[in-house]
Design a protein around this ligand. Structure first.
Ligand SMILES: Nc1nc2c(ncn2[C@@H]2O[C@H](COP(=O)(O)OP(=O)(O)OP(=O)(O)O)[C@@H](O)[C@H]2O)c(=O)[nH]1
Length: 401
């Protein structure tokens, strides 16, 4: 190979590399987060022991146009904006939200097999006598459906089976399906209030005790919103454990979402919330999601902390959605937590996690009944995209098939 050939070869490689980088830059998020400061509102409380840290994005530059012929085929991962200005992290493309419940259905079927199959087996007996109805009732109670809905369901089914005078399994299954759907209540509005207002982002406050999967849920929900092409910013107001903020920031980074956090253990959660909302307004993002601490032993402490976080946010914006995260495996305990939280803040939706790990799918109905608030999302696994919008029919079908 002579010198001229070598030079041409190097030039071709250089063009290809520049072109690839340019293409990747152009494929970035719709509105890349810019740099924001940590300046605080004059009315805000002083920080307890430390300042609020933010992840910063580098100044925005227009990416170079791609070199024709160098476009890359679509891939699952993309190169991120450099959030810290130092390192480059790969940005993942979250799985589409559409059809997620159906996709994750196998998890529900696996854990709640006993409920669906048990009910269908009982209803398919040659003769449905008192003993069978008792067993049906017991099955429903064991699935945490709660006494009142259980009675309602059994009474309704008894009537229908009697009137139909038929015990054809397909017919009985159809009746059971309809009655279960009624209990889960398809009329409830399960949409998330995540649409940006004209001049400010939608604000989502996420509450719940620690260990229920709260931080994980905020991370997964950020992915859901990114998959819906929203610009998101996270606020790590769970300042009790510094690692929780790091964990949240990592979730954010994975999908190119910045996180406002404090580097000080036990910093004032309200300050972090304030900074996050401020950054969200400055950045003109669509949604600011604020994670809070639930590590509080009594209702007064919880009320003080959540009340303050909410008040501070409301200096700049409105809280559009308050999501309570509950662990489906905790049964009655979850119901008690739900009641305490609902007395402290106006819960607008429930996120029920770990539904893949419990045979007690009936908890969905029990919680909705006791709070009068819809289950909006369900966690069905530990994977990053194992969070699905909830819908009554999809859920019941998963239980019965
Ligand atoms: N199987 C399963 N595991 C889940 C689900 N959601 C969360 N988890 C797991 O639950 C564990 C606790 O999750 P975290 O998000 O750290 O809990 P947290 O409530 O934020 O706890 P703190 O950060 O300590 O307040 C983690 O191992 C998660 O992977 C789910 O839907 N299914």
């Amino acid at each position: 190979m002579n010198d001229v050939t070598l030079i041409i070869l190097y030039a071709v490689i250089a063009i290809a590399v520049i072109g690839s980088v340019a293409v990747l830059l152009l494929r970035g998020r719709r509105t890349p987060p810019g740099t924001y400061t940590t300046s605080r509102d004059a009315n805000d409380q002083p920080l307890a022991g430390g300042g609020t840290d933010t992840l910063e994005a580098p100044p925005q530059e227009a990416p170079a146009p791609p070199v024709p012929g160098t476009e890359l085929p679509p891939t699952d991962t993309e190169v991120a904006e450099d959030l810290t200005g130092i390192e480059t992290v790969p940005v993942e493309t979250p799985a589409p939200v559409e059809g997620r419940l159906a996709r994750l259905r196998a998890r529900l079927v696996k854990s709640n097999n006993a409920l669906g199959k048990g009910l269908l087996a009982l209803l398919s007996r040659d003769k449905i006598d008192e003993d069978v109805w008792d067993e049906i009732e017991e099955t429903l109670l064991l699935a945490d459906l709660g006494p009142e809905p259980t009675t309602e369901l059994v009474d309704a089914l008894r009537d229908r089976v009697k009137i139909a005078g038929s015990q054809d399994p397909a017919e009985v299954k159809a009746m059971l399906r309809e009655e279960l759907i009624k209990l889960v209540d398809p009329q409830m509005d399960r949409s998330l209030a995540v649409d940006r207002h004209a001049d400010r982002p939608a604000i989502v406050l996420v509450v719940g005790v620690n260990g229920v999967g709260k931080t994980t849920t905020v991370g997964k929900l950020a992915r859901v919103l990114v998959a819906e092409d929203k610009d998101v910013l996270l606020g790590a107001a769970d300042t009790f454990r510094a690692a929780a903020a790091e964990q949240l920031a990592t979730w954010g980074q994975r999908v190119g979402v910045p996180t406002v956090k404090s580097d000080v253990d036990g910093a004032d959660p309200a300050s972090v919330a304030f900074e996050a909302v401020k950054a969200g307004i400055d950045q003109e993002v669509d949604v600011v999601m604020v994670d809070t601490a639930g590590r509080l032993q009594n209702k007064v402490g919880l009320m003080d902390e959540l009340g303050k976080v909410k008040r501070v946010i409301e200096k700049q914006a409105t809280v559009d959605e308050v999501l309570l995260v509950l662990d489906a495996t905790t049964g009655q305990n979850g119901l008690n937590q739900a009641k305490v939280f609902s007395e402290v803040v106006d819960i607008t939706g429930i996120v029920l996690t770990k539904l893949d790990g419990t045979a007690k799918g009936g908890i969905v109905v029990a919680i909705q009944r006791s709070l009068g608030v819809p289950v909006k999302l369900v966690g069905l696994g530990e994977g990053a995209d194992d969070l699905a919008p909830f819908d009554a029919e999809g859920f019941v079908d998963a239980l019965l098939n």
